[in-house]
Design a protein. Structure first.
Length: 277
């Protein structure tokens, strides 16, 4: 990453600090009222909501095949993506989602190895709507974090994230997305001029089973191609000594892919620890 890109990324990170400090001080100075304990179904449903006011620590493993220009390789990725909400005045919330992506490639264009693919920060200011419909918007930033180009773009990206969703009974459905622009770096391994859209729907029953489906379409303006995996999965929330943990898994299929990117069938598995306040 170039010096200019590094300074831009650090500047974006520093822009979060005033909001986070204010959010933490507001939450610490408030006098919380006694509320009834949440049921496993309530917690499981919140996990389907990307801007829920709940601390969670998900780990996501993904296996993809058909990678490389000859489609002979495979890729495994591990995402560490904690969700950290901060209470603001009036019931508003500021949510920060840092995402660290590790990757391992096997025989991708003759290369096999592993490393850190990228470090991303998504954030959402979510006002209290007093409705089943909620929305959030905030800054977005991504750094290649020393990526050699084997695991994606070497560029720094910055932009804006947004989400709108409805929590209707056992259903949670909506659209999450971001727009990012390149802030410098080597474009040889792809650029950060991307538009991302993720429509999703989830159904949570009284036994804390959640059935979900989503599409993660990533369009690159420079390549003029879209990578679009479709995922369908099921998860179950269980408790270990009072600590809620959700386990999920399911198949995925690339409806479309970028040149050299994953194609065909793959699979995804998740384990999420919930930290109750």
């Amino acid at each position: 990453m170039s010096k200019v890109s590094r300074w831009v990324f650090l500047l974006l990170l520093s822009s979060y600090l005033p909001a986070l400090v204010f959010a933490q001080s507001t939450a610490a100075s408030s006098n919380p009222a006694t509320q009834p304990a949440e049921t496993p179904q309530d917690i499981a449903k919140k996990l389907a909501n990307p801007i829920a006011n709940m601390i969670s620590v998900p780990l996501q493993y993904q296996f993809s095949r058909g990678t490389g220009f000859n489609q002979a390789g495979s890729m495994q990725t591990l995402l560490f993506q904690p969700v950290m909400p901060f209470n603001l005045s009036g019931g508003d919330t500021f949510i920060v989602r840092p995402i660290v992506a590790g990757a391992r490639e096997v025989n991708v264009n003759g290369y096999s190895g592993y490393g850190v693919a990228s470090v991303t920060i998504e954030s959402f200011y979510a006002p209290n709507t007093n409705s089943s419909w909620i929305w959030g918007v905030g800054p977005y930033a991504q750094s290649p974090s020393g990526n050699s180009g084997k695991f994606g773009s070497q560029q720094t990206g910055a932009g804006v994230t947004g989400v709108v969703l409805n929590r209707s009974g056992p259903w949670t459905y909506g659209l999450l997305g971001y727009q990012s622009w390149s802030m410098g770096g080597n474009p040889a391994f792809g650029t950060q001029n991307n538009l991302y859209g993720q429509p999703f729907v989830a159904y949570t029953n009284k036994d804390a089973w959640t059935y979900t489906a989503n599409m993660q379409a990533l369009y690159n303006y420079d390549a003029r191609r879209t990578s679009n995996p479709l995922y369908v999965g099921v998860s179950k929330l269980v408790e270990f000594d009072g600590v809620p943990v959700s386990f999920g898994a399911g198949p995925m299929y690339y409806v479309s892919n970028t040149p050299g990117g994953p194609s065909g069938w793959g699979a995804r598995a998740t384990a999420t620890v919930v930290i109750l306040k």
